[in-house]
Ligand binder design. Sequence first.
Ligand code: ZN
Ligand code: ZN
Length: 334
Amino acid sequence: MKAMVLKEISPIENEPLKMEDLPDPVPGLKEILVKISACGVCHTELDEIEGRLPPNLPIVLGHQIVGRVKKLGPGVTKFNLGDRVGIAWINSACGECHFCKEGHENLCSEFRGTGCHVNGGYAQYAVVSEDFAYLIPKIFSDAEATPLLCAGAIGYRDLILSGIKKGQTLGLFGFGASAHIVIQIAKYWGCEIFVFTRGEEHRNLAQKLGASWSGGPEDEPPRKLHCVIDFTPVGETVPHALKVLEKGGRLVLAVIRKRNPIPPLDYARLLWDEKEIKSVANITRRDAREFLSLAAEIPIIPEVQEFKLEEANRALILLKQGRIRGAGVLTMPD
Ligand SMILES: [Zn+2]
Ligand SMILES: [Zn+2]
């Protein structure tokens, strides 16, 4: 199969992903072989490539995979040949520790990420345990479904963890793939949304999707916000986000790594009054399942920008520069 392979940590500008021919993977016990049609690109892949979240090398990146079941390993009972399935970031967890047993499999010490600990979707094929694949609702095209599996599912988790209630005010810092899905759920739940982002184009998209206000990351919104989700990879947004937060409000940090440190926080001005900060780590299968059905119900049809598999480096450079409108998706050669 054709695959874009990462062999060493490097700035994305050096175009470290190389096209290679790899043997087709073989499905083991209770695994399915998926012929991939589309795979989303994600900020996490930039973190992996540039070493902030080092993957097992060499690796095929990509954890927003949509394709069709091509082969069944021994003992598979949940899928049939030809089923359209998705594979997300959660590739496996131990199933036995107290995190797994209490519904926090995202925090399992044995958590393995697709395209980080095992090969992912920047390729024509991938294998996955049948327990970690999801049927994709008919309403979405292959490319449209890919961002739902990470940007969407984790955005849904961010929203749940923010504790937002119907009719409350929600702030979003940064307006990339995840935020443009979150805004649609929040709108559906009757929340009022305020978007903080530098790009004019991103602000326009935010307004189009129902933001009642948009401005720069340092601007003052017309009201205090009950919950804020910070999707940006930079540290400086944290004090700004805390400043616009209502008393007792919660700030959710939605990225795996900040590229630069969070500046010192003035306790009296920014944290007192029972403000909270919470980070988000990984997703559970439940997040993916609940979100896929919610997305079909609303419905949320993500805006995608398609690239060919061999253009993966370019897609990631554009992602780093904040120049992808909606979500970037790689489409596979036949
Ligand atoms: Zn992702
Ligand atoms: Zn576990």
